[in-house]
Design a protein around this ligand. Structure first.
Ligand code: PLP
Length: 405
C-alpha cells in the first residue's frame, strides 16, 4: 500500500474533544490552593474546614448563576455517569412502590441506557423512543409514550456521537402541560431529566427556560477535571440517595467532597459559558469548511446526523466512509499523530457497531465505517488542512484493499 508520504505532525492534532478535553490552564490555577494549602474537610468546623466549605459554597453559587437555579439545587458528583445514575436510580427508588414507568430515547449515552437496562432487570418498564434519520426524537412520540405510571422522561440535550440537538424546550413544555393536568387529578408529576454533558459550552443551560427538573453536567468535556460533575435537582423533586454514608450533599451523595475538583468544575463552566457564543460561531465555521473540503476531495461519504447548522453541535463532524473500516482509518490517522474516534469513545473496547448510527437507520457496514471528528478550543484551520492532506489518500488506499478482497 502507498499511504500519503507526509511526515507525521510533530504536534499532536487532537480532534476528539467530545471524548474529553485538556484542563484549561485557568482551571488548573483555580484548583491549585485546594490540594495542599486549603486541604480541609468541608464538614470540619474549624478554620480549615470552613475555608473548604466556603470554596464549595462559592462553586455552587457560580454554577447556579449559569444554569439559573438556586445554589441548593446543585449536587456535586464524581462525573456525568454518576449524575445520570443518581437521577435515574434516585427517581426509581423514590417511586418503587408505584410500579413506575420510564421514557428515554434509543440514542442516549450508555450511562443512561445501561442504567435503564438495569432497572428493566429489576422489573421496571422502560420505553426507548426511536429517532428519525438525523437523530431527532419527536415530541409527539414522547406524548404518546406517557402512561399513568410514568415518573421520569430522560432525553439528552445533545448527542455525543452525531451532535443532534434534541427538542428539550418543546418536551419540557409538553411535560409542564401534562403535569398541570396530573396535579389537578392528584397524580404524581413526571420528572424531566436531560443529559447536558455535550451541551455545556455550546448551548443555553438555563434550567427554567429548558423546563427540566434534573440536569447532568460534567467537567471532563468542558476543560475541567475528569471525574467531576453535578446534578441539578429542582427543589421538590423526590429522589432517593444512591450513595450512602456521611450525609454530604443533602444526603444525596455521601463522601468527603472533591474540593479541588468542584472548584475546577465551577471554573470550567464559568469559562465555557463566557466563551460560549464566540467559540460556537468559530467552531461552526471550521466544521462547515472541514466538511465541504471532505466532500470535495472524498467520493461516497455520508454525514451522520443533522446538516451542519443550528440543530447540530457546532464542533461535531461524523462521517460514514463507504468501503472502509472506521477503526482502521482511526489507527492510520493516529500514525500521523491525528486523534479522532470511531462512533463513540466508549466503543473502543466494544465490538458492536454504534447504537446511535443503527438508530438513525445506518446499516451495520455504514456504522462500522464511521469516523467522528470533534473540534475544540485549540483546533485551528491549519490542523484541519493537515487532516485534509492525509485523509483522502488513506481512504483511497483502504478502499483499494477492500475491493481486492
Ligand atoms: C461523557 C458523557 C457522559 C459520561 O460522563 P463521564 O463524566 O465520563 O462519566 C454522559 N453523557 C454524555 C452525553 C457524555 O458525552
Amino acid at each position: 500500500m502507498s499511504f500519503p508520504k507526509v511526515t507525521p505532525s510533530k504536534k499532536p492534532i487532537y480532534l476528539d474533544y467530545a471524548a474529553t478535553t485538556p484542563l484549561h490552564p485557568e482551571v488548573k490555577k483555580a484548583m491549585e490552593p485546594y490540594w495542599q494549602k486549603q486541604f480541609g474537610n468541608p464538614s470540619s468546623l474549624y478554620r480549615q474546614g470552613r475555608e473548604a466549605k466556603n470554596a464549595l459554597d462559592k462553586a455552587r453559587i457560580g454554577i447556579a448563576k449559569i444554569i439559573n437555579s438556586k445554589p441548593e439545587e446543585i449536587i456535586f458528583t464524581a462525573g456525568g455517569t454518576e449524575s445520570i445514575n443518581l437521577a435515574i436510580f434516585g427517581v426509581a427508588q423514590a417511586h418503587a412502590h408505584l410500579k413506575p414507568h420510564f421514557i428515554t430515547t434509543a440514542v442516549e449515552h450508555h450511562a443512561v441506557l445501561r442504567s435503564f437496562q438495569a432497572l428493566e432487570q429489576w422489573g421496571y418498564e422502560v420505553t426507548y423512543l426511536p429517532v428519525d434519520g438525523e437523530g431527532f426524537v419527536k415530541v409527539q412520540e414522547v406524548a404518546a409514550a406517557i402512561r399513568p405510571e410514568t415518573v421520569l422522561v430522560s432525553v439528552m440535550y445533545a448527542n455525543n456521537e452525531i451532535g443532534t440537538i434534541e427538542p428539550i424546550v418543546e418536551i419540557g413544555k409538553l411535560l409542564k402541560q401534562v403535569n398541570f393536568d396530573r396535579t389537578k387529578n392528584n397524580l404524581k408529576p413526571i420528572y424531566f431529566h436531560t443529559d447536558a454533558c455535550q451541551a455545556a459550552g455550546f448551548l443555553n443551560l438555563d434550567v427554567s427556560a429548558l423546563g427540566v427538573d434534573l440536569m447532568t453536567i460534567n467537567g471532563s468535556k468542558i476543560y475541567g477535571p475528569k471525574q467531576t460533575g453535578c446534578l441539578y435537582i429542582r427543589s421538590g423533586t423526590k429522589l432517593a440517595p444512591f450513595i450512602h454514608g456521611g450525609g454530604q450533599e443533602k444526603n444525596l451523595r455521601s463522601g468527603t467532597e472533591n474540593v479541588p475538583g468542584i472548584v475546577g468544575l465551577a471554573k470550567a463552566l464559568e469559562l465555557a459559558e463566557k466563551s460560549r457564543s464566540k467559540e460556537s460561531r468559530r467552531l461552526k465555521k471550521l466544521s462547515e469548511y472541514f466538511f465541504k473540503q471532505l466532500q470535495r476531495t472524498i467520493p461516497n461519504i455520508l454525514l451522520n446526523g443533522p446538516k451542519i447548522g443550528e440543530q447540530r453541535l457546532p464542533n461535531n463532524t461524523n462521517l460514514s466512509i463507504e468501503g472502509t473500516e472506521g477503526e482502521a482509518l482511526m489507527l492510520y490517522l493516529d500514525s500521523y499523530n491525528i486523534a479522532c474516534s470511531t462512533g463513540s469513545a466508549c466503543s473502543s473496547v466494544e465490538t458492536d457497531p454504534s447504537h446511535v448510527l443503527l438508530a438513525i437507520g445506518r446499516g451495520r457496514e455504514q456504522a462500522e465505517s464511521s469516523l467522528r471528528f470533534t473540534l475544540g478550543k485549540f483546533t485551528t484551520k491549519q490542523e484541519l488542512n493537515y487532516v485534509l492532506k492525509i485523509l483522502p489518500g488513506v481512504i483511497q488506499e483502504l478502499r483499494k484493499v477492500t475491493t481486492q478482497k
